[in-house]
Structure formats: structure tokens, C-alpha cells
Design a protein around this ligand. Structure first.
Ligand SMILES: [Zn+2]
Length: 277
């Protein structure tokens, strides 16, 4: 596995604080860096950012962690972390989807349950991806994705109708909501926090359901789970409840499911190894 961290820094800051020739200037306004996760420059960026934050400023404006695996590494992981790449700038709540918040945490929103079929304006799903998620973490898959899974005879994988809010709530024949049945729990080795430079212990919600804002490491799961399905969600949530945003469970899939998606060349997903601890 190779791990790199892509960071965006406003050009003015980059020109002043970074060594000359570091990264690539994008559009004249931002510097894009892609650094190996063991590059010593990361520590320097973290220290500069810490000094900026003491003045209520931020040194960088965005970051993404990229992990690349050999196929053999993915094939030797009992459960593969399915990372959905595209987020739709909408959520079911905006189009009449009902949620039951009677058991939900008032801080993180954990415990909220979807209480009706998913309603979306499906004209907003203008994508070439076969799998996307909404701001609320609702997982939307193409008919091609669903057909591949049905043909692959997967266990614990369910597809429910999505209703088209833009057309008198008729059922979509192109998009379905994915639900998965298995459950695993994240181990303490899974690193969660605001950003890759945060060295403090992540702030967890008192209710214990939401671990923090972003996943920073590979997924580590507690041993002792039962392989009784081809797809699992984590008991824990990651994210935040704000506006349409809701914290979401991570999704892990079996090797059988991974094989189905890889052979069908399903688009819009990245795969990562999960560690069992
Ligand atoms: Zn909470």
C-alpha cells in the first residue's frame, strides 16, 4: 500500500511559508501538494497550521488521503472497505423522506432512523458513477449495480425503491437505495479526527455513537464478527449532524461482493484494506 496526502493551500500562504518549488499552483489561487504520508514536510505544514489556528486562521483549505493497493493486498483482506467517491449535493430530507428522531442524539444525530422510502429529485443524480451517497449518507446505486449484485447472489444486501420527487413520487427504474445487513464494530486503532494534522484525541460525542468528523486511517475492526452477510456497516458513525449532513456508518464488503463489483467494473468506488484487531 502506498499512502499520499493531497493538500490545498492558498497560493499567498504557500509562497510565503513553503520551500520554493513545492507543489503545483492551480488556477493562480491555490497550491496543490501530494506528499507521501512519511514526508517530513507534513510535520512542518502541521506546525504552521497550528500557529495559524492559534490566530483563528487556517493554513490549508482542503485535504484528501489517497491509498493505493495491489490487487493481491485487497484480495487478502477478509472485509474490504467500500469508499463511495461521489457525494450528491442533496439529501432525502429535502424531498420528503421521513426520519424518526425519537431515539436520536441531539448533538450528533446518531440513532436517527430513516422511516420512509427514500425520495429524491433523481434529475440531480447526473453522474457516470454506479454508486453515490447523499449528504445524509443515503446510498444510491444504479440499476446496473443492483443487477450485478442480484446475479452475484449476495447475502444481506437489499435494494429499495427510490421515489422520484420531480415526477409525482413515481418509482425510479434507474436508481435504488442500498441497505446492508451485517454489523461490525470499529476498533480503537481506527483513527478519526478533524484533519490529518490533529494530534489531540478526537472529540467524540457523549452518546458514543459518532466518533468524530473524518476517517483518517485505514479501517480497523474488532475481531469476533460473524461472516453472515456479504456487506456490513459499522456500529459507529463518522461525520456531523449539520443542515442536511448526517453522520454515516462505514460500509465493508466480503471478497465475494468485491469480486462482483470488480468484474462488473462498477464505477464510483474505491477499495481499501480493513485490518482486524
Ligand atoms: Zn451523539
Amino acid at each position: 500500500m502506498t499512502e499520499t496526502i493531497e493538500i490545498r493551500i492558498p497560493e499567498l500562504h504557500a509562497a510565503k511559508y513553503l520551500p520554493a518549488g513545492t507543489g503545483v499552483c492551480v488556477g493562480g489561487v491555490a497550491r496543490k501538494l501530494e506528499l507521501s504520508s512519511d514526508d517530513p514536510l507534513l510535520n512542518e505544514i502541521g506546525a504552521i497550521d497550528a500557529s495559524f489556528r492559534r490566530q483563528d486562521r487556517a493554513f490549508f483549505t482542503g485535504w484528501i488521503i489517497h491509498r493505493k493497493y495491489k490487487k493481491s493486498e485487497l484480495q487478502s483482506s477478509e472485509l474490504v472497505h467500500l469508499r463511495i467517491q461521489e457525494v450528491l449535493e442533496t439529501a432525502g430530507e429535502e424531498h420528503g423522506t421521513q426520519y424518526d428522531d425519537s431515539d436520536a442524539c441531539s448533538v450528533c444525530g446518531g440513532g436517527s432512523k430513516q422511516a420512509s422510502a427514500l425520495c429524491l429529485d433523481t434529475t440531480q443524480i447526473a453522474t457516470k458513477s454506479d454508486i453515490v451517497r447523499t449528504l445524509a449518507g443515503e446510498i444510491v446505486v444504479s440499476a446496473r449495480f443492483r443487477d450485478a449484485c442480484i446475479a452475484g447472489n449476495l447475502d444481506g444486501v437489499e435494494f429499495r425503491e427510490i421515489f422520484r420527487a420531480e415526477n409525482q413520487n413515481t418509482e425510479s427504474k434507474e436508481w435504488y437505495q442500498l441497505f446492508v445487513g451485517g454489523r461490525v464494530s470499529l476498533s480503537a486503532l481506527t483513527k478519526v479526527g478533524n484533519d490529518p494534522f490533529e494530534n489531540s484525541i478526537p472529540k467524540t460525542c457523549e452518546c458514543g455513537r459518532t466518533l468524530g468528523l473524518n476517517l483518517l486511517s485505514e479501517v480497523a475492526i474488532n475481531d469476533g464478527y460473524t461472516i453472515d452477510a456479504d456487506a456490513f456497516t459499522t456500529a459507529e458513525l463518522i461525520g456531523v449532524r449539520r443542515g442536511l449532513l448526517r453522520p454515516t456508518h462505514l460500509v465493508l464488503i466480503s471478497q465475494k461482493f468485491f469480486d462482483v463489483l470488480a468484474k462488473s467494473r462498477i464505477k464510483g468506488v474505491a477499495y481499501e484494506v480493513s485490518r482486524v484487531t
